[in-house]
Design a binder for this molecule. Structure first.
Ligand code: FAD
Ligand code: SF4
Length: 575
């Protein structure tokens, strides 16, 4: 790993966003289309087909007499009144903007669009119930929302939390300035480790690893610490967290949040408005197979989800966190990433809710520590890896992968039992758990050689918890080994891993023990051919020595032939 330290905050570096970025300028420097920002309440607002927006629904309450001249701009993934300028300036009005054109740029899962738009609308209503003046605008583009606001309030001064997406703060400021207003960006308070803290920590390191960062964060926050030492004497209980559940294991069901009238209305509007497929514009979620919507869209629901996890599933989170069980899409995972990434939950309160059970004998140390590591460690770490790695990260392709994404990622139509179950879960809920993401979906794409931006785009469109700052480092760096930030070796695995950690192979049409020949598991030939194909880049990696030693004992030609046959089948939709 070669971490070249960048002391500038790339969010403010002024560098143009490159590659696919949902928070990037569209059609010119001032055409910002930000993370689901904005709106009046009107779902029939002006669309790209030229329909005009009925003006009657664009409510324009007066500036409150006690408010100053500042307006708090809240972006669609900052939905909290407990932090940032919404909390710091409690008398000031709030501006929220929904942008419909953002949601048309990729074939988003309908649950993702319902989640984000419904959460914004619930946040608006919750603020109003608290007596806050809220200007809520629904426009085709984010720029339209800013323009409408500044036309109603000429010269207004806006204040917002710095967006997490690379370059978005600068673009936002340019946009506001171009329409005659001003924008102050303040620290983003939705994370546990500020950019300056991370940069100080990284300053004297030529490279950084998650484990070192995680220990730094444990010490800094005091979470699960006894003075300078970790509670229990161990930093990491990973060794205990690689079990598979017994046959017939029945994990506690996660809560499903029955959609209220506002969510139902939003869901119907999403279905009607974004009705395209994945192949060509206008894009939409027609590829998905959505079951009833289930995600928390408001603060109270998010707290219920947190409580349900900590009470019911935390005890067995640890041992089964790397396991996969057919038909058990949630296992003991938290399902909290959508609420965390929208700002409905703060990572600090999530960690603290888990830590409250530190003395509970029902919660083993490996479960508690394993969960804290995900939120305090991995979530914060990838956020900074993204910050440091952008803008190059989004374009990175160190292994030179060029293959198109197989169609079965959209259709779920494959005889590979592990891949079919993971994709079907995504088609149903816009979610799969971490090991399915990493060891099935990314692993297959890595071995197959999918072009990194294409897989990144698929994850962004398909997952309810996707956001550029978190999806990109996970897909490009962790999943595909395409960057050069923190991954020390590719997460490449043959059927052996899936067979050991899941029950998929028992009922699969393919044989996990065969590498070549009709019926051999596609992972196997692709795995060895991946090593063969990338030998120049990977052989010298000291963590890969053993696998290359095994490759040396193999006859490579039949493996190459089988891999070529697998690719042909994938291209023909017959995998
Ligand atoms: C290829 C790939 C793509 C991913 N895309 C996303 C994404 O778009 N959005 C997203 O939030 N996470 C993403 N992740 C990370 C992780 O898979 C999800 O956060 C997790 O599966 C969410 O489900 P959960 O809440 O049930 O998590 P749990 O498994 O219960 O973990 C608890 C929490 O830890 C945090 N966490 C754990 N690992 C990570 C990680 N690597 N990066 C960031 N947070 C982490 C999440 O906030 C999560 O809610 C991705 C991982 C991979 C390998
Ligand atoms: S045999 Fe291969 S394709 Fe089938 S479930 Fe196992 S790993 Fe997946």
């Amino acid at each position: 790993m070669a971490y070249s330290k960048n002391t500038n905050d790339p969010i403010d570096s002024g560098a143009p966003a490159t590659g696919w970025d949902p928070v990037r300028a569209e059609g010119g420097t001032n055409r910002l289309v930000a993370g689901f920002p904005g709106t009046n309440d009107d779902p029939t607002a002006r669309r790209s087909n030229g329909q005009s927006q009925p003006s009657g629904r664009n409510d324009e309450p007066a500036r409150p007499p006690e408010g100053g001249a500042v307006t708090v701009l809240v972006l669609g993934d900052q939905l909290t009144w407990r932090r940032g300028p919404v909390a710091a300036d409690p008398d000031e009005p709030v501006l929220l903007i929904e942008s419909t054109s953002f949601a048309e740029r990729h074939p988003y899962h309908p649950h993702k669009l319902t989640l984000v738009f419904s959460a914004m609308r619930h946040f608006r209503d919750a603020l109003r119930e608290r007596g806050r003046t809220v200007w809520y605008r629904q426009c085709e583009t984010f720029e339209d929302g800013i323009a409408a606001h500044l036309s109603a309030h000429p010269g207004d001064d806006l204040v917002a939390m710095r967006p997490a997406s690379h370059g978005a703060g600068d673009r936002l400021r340019d946009l506001v300035t171009a329409h005659g207003g001003s924008l102050e960006l303040v620290d983003n308070d939705l994370f546990l480790c500020a950019p300056a803290t991370f940069d100080d920590w990284a300053a004297d390191r030529s490279e950084f690893t998650h484990e070192a960062f995680y220990r730094f964060m444990r010490r800094r926050t005091g979470y699960l610490m006894d003075g300078d030492d970790p509670i229990g004497g161990q930093w990491n209980y990973d060794e205990e967290n690689r079990e598979t559940p017994p046959a017939g294991y029945d994990p506690p069901s996660p809560p499903r949040f029955e959609p209220d009238a506002l969510t139902r209305e939003t869901e119907a509007w999403v279905a009607e408005t974004f009705d395209g497929g994945y192949e060509e514009p206008p894009y939409g979620g027609a590829w998905a197979n959505p079951e009833p919507f289930r995600w928390p869209v408001a603060r109270a629901e998010a707290l219920t989800a947190l409580d349900a996890f900590v009470t019911d599933r935390l005890p067995e989170f640890g041992p089964y966190q790397d396991a996969m069980v057919e038909g058990e899409w949630a296992l003991d995972h938290a399902l909290l990433s959508p609420a965390l990434n929208l700002g409905l939950l703060h990572p600090g309160e999530v960690v603290e809710a888990a830590i409250e059970r530190v003395d509970d004998p029902e919660v083993p140390r490996n479960s508690l520590e394993g969960f804290v590591r995900q939120v305090l460690g991995w979530r914060e770490f990838v956020r900074h890896a993204y910050r440091v790695g952008m803008p190059d990260l989004v374009e990175a392709n160190r292994l030179g992968a060029t293959a198109a994404l197989p169609e079965c990622y959209w259709t779920g139509d494959t005889d590979m039992a592990c891949l079919a179950d993971a994709v079907e879960g995504v088609r149903k809920r816009g979610y799969s758990h971490h090991i399915q993401r990493l060891m099935v979906l990314s692993n297959f794409a890595l071995l197959y050689g999918v072009e990194p931006r294409e897989l990144n785009r698929w994850f962004h469109a398909a997952y309810v918890d996707a956001s550029h700052w978190v999806t990109t480092p996970n897909v490009i760096e962790m999943g595909l080994f395409a960057g050069d930030l923190f991954a020390t070796k590719p997460y490449a695995a043959s059927a052996n891993y899936v067979d050991r950690m899941s029950d998929y192979c028992d009922g699969c049409a393919y044989d996990p023990d065969e590498t070549v020949g009709e019926g051999a598991c596609p992972f196997n030939a692709l795995y060895w051919e991946f090593l063969d194909r990338n030998e120049d880049d990977l052989r010298e990696n000291h963590r890969m020595g053993l696998v290359y030693h095994h490759l040396d004992d193999k006859d490579r030609e039949p493996i190459r032939e089988r891999a070529a046959a697998v690719r042909e089948r994938a291209r023909d939709g017959e995998l």
